[in-house]
Write a protein that binds this ligand. Structure first.
Ligand code: HEC
Ligand code: HEC
Length: 340
């Protein structure tokens, strides 16, 4: 009789065991994807989730497009995206801010220099899929109505950049989905958010208990990183000879020059205009700094250079978020100290 009862109850026991297992118990660690975590807590999917009805894209194809601009994946050729640049000419693919909630160009410059990565005009693509607003702030002034479809659409932002920033061709749908698939591999991880122990435990408690209202913990997680990359255009100082009046720190100017300017200009990497550590480079830059000329650092740093027909490599401007007035003064001080 007892045996019979056990057999009768067995299906119930199995059912209970499996239903407990399939309940949301995401084990978190430093490497957990922030998006996986938010999804588990009930956050709705962004519109740049990968398209489940497509199957011919790949992370590898996306990586090749972003880092090399041309190549082949599994025997399939990828046509050159741009004659002038690759995405990594202007964007990092690693974390570049020590605190993702703050916009602080000096903290970013220090962090990039320490990490051995360049400091660039475009925002890092690391964590791009965790953002929800693109081409923010003053980019509307530069690209006009072109930014409208990109504001809350990462696919459109990539296409605009492929054509306008990279001065190349639009990606086809397989390539675009591949770039997106690659970007999903460089999404934010829990360790990037620098949670305190108490915050970490709070997240864990919420994951274990679905009866809790997760809104508050979702807001907490999202307060640890920016959902947008703001952009403010600034003009060069009104009097270029005088400059901004700030006293420059040559050591910091050296850091900027080497981490940022040389990334594109050393050995004419992405520009026909060569810059290096020679006196000649510094004399040229010093000579034009205070002038109203295409070769003035004030001019190119704040307005960029325009792409000319036939020679479409151009220099992207530095917004206030990418170069502070102080950093510009530091750069001038460094250049002048090396030209003497
Ligand atoms: C010549 C420089 C340059 C190149 C090359 C370039 N970009 Fe950009 N990109 C920028 C700048 C400058 C912005 C302005 C907004 C920002 O990044 O802060 C931008 C914006 C973006 C944005 C929106 C970012 C945001 O948060 O607003 C994405 C996504 C993007 N680019 C992807 C790409 C991809 C993918 C490629 C390669 C196909 C590429 N870019 C090539 C300079 C460049
Ligand atoms: C993302 C790549 C990139 C970065 C970073 C960059 N530049 Fe440029 N720069 C260019 C390109 C491209 C041109 C266009 C000229 C060409 O290729 O012939 C240019 C043009 C210039 C010119 C104008 C040259 C002339 O005679 O017309 C100057 C000066 C200059 N850059 C200085 C700098 C300085 C200083 C920095 C650092 C603050 C810097 N650049 C950072 C890509 C870059």
């Amino acid at each position: 009789m007892k045996k019979l009862l056990i057999f009768a109850l067995l299906p119930l026991v199995i059912f209970l065991a499996t239903s407990i297992q399939t309940k949301n118990t995401l084990e978190i660690s430093e490497g957990t994807s922030v998006w996986e975590l938010l999804k588990t807590l009930g956050e709705p999917a962004p519109n740049h989730e990968l398209n489940p009805s497509m199957n011919d894209y790949s992370v590898e194809m996306g990586r090749v497009i972003v880092e090399d601009g041309v190549g082949a994946v599994k025997g399939k050729k990828i046509r050159l995206q741009s004659k002038h640049f690759v995405c990594t000419s202007c964007h990092n693919i690693k974390k570049e801010d020590p605190d993702l909630a703050k916009v602080d160009p000096q903290a970013r410059l220090d962090y990039c220099a320490e990490s051995g990565i360049p400091y660039l005009q475009g925002t890092t693509l690391y964590g791009a899929v965790n953002r929800s607003l693109f081409y923010n702030g003053d980019y509307e002034k530069k690209y006009g109505d072109l930014v409208k479809p990109t504001r809350n659409n990462l696919r459109e932002a990539i296409q605009l950049c492929a054509v306008e920033c990279s001065q190349g061709r639009r990606l086809n749908s397989t390539e675009l989905e591949s770039v997106l698939a690659y970007l999903w591999t460089i999404d934010l991880k829990l360790e990037d958010l620098n949670l305190t122990d108490a915050e970490y435990q709070k997240v864990q408690a919420h994951l274990k208990d679905d009866s809790k209202d997760h809104k508050e913990v979702i807001t907490l997680l999202k307060s640890k990183y920016r959902q947008d990359s703001p952009a403010t255009f600034v003009a060069p100082p009104a009097d270029r000879k005088q400059g901004s009046g700030l006293t420059g720190d040559p050591a910091n100017g050296k850091k900027f020059y080497e981490t940022s300017c040389l990334h594109c200009h050393e050995n004419e990497r992405y520009s026909f205009f060569n810059l290096d550590d020679s006196k000649q480079s510094f004399c040229y830059l010093k000579g034009h700094f205070g002038k109203y000329s295409h070769a003035s650092v004030y001019q190119v740093a704040r307005w960029g250079t325009p792409p000319h027909p036939g020679k479409r490599a151009y220099m992207p401007q530095y917004t206030a978020e990418k170069m502070s007035e102080q950093q510009l003064a530091d750069l001038r001080a460094y250049i002048e100290s090396r030209a003497d």
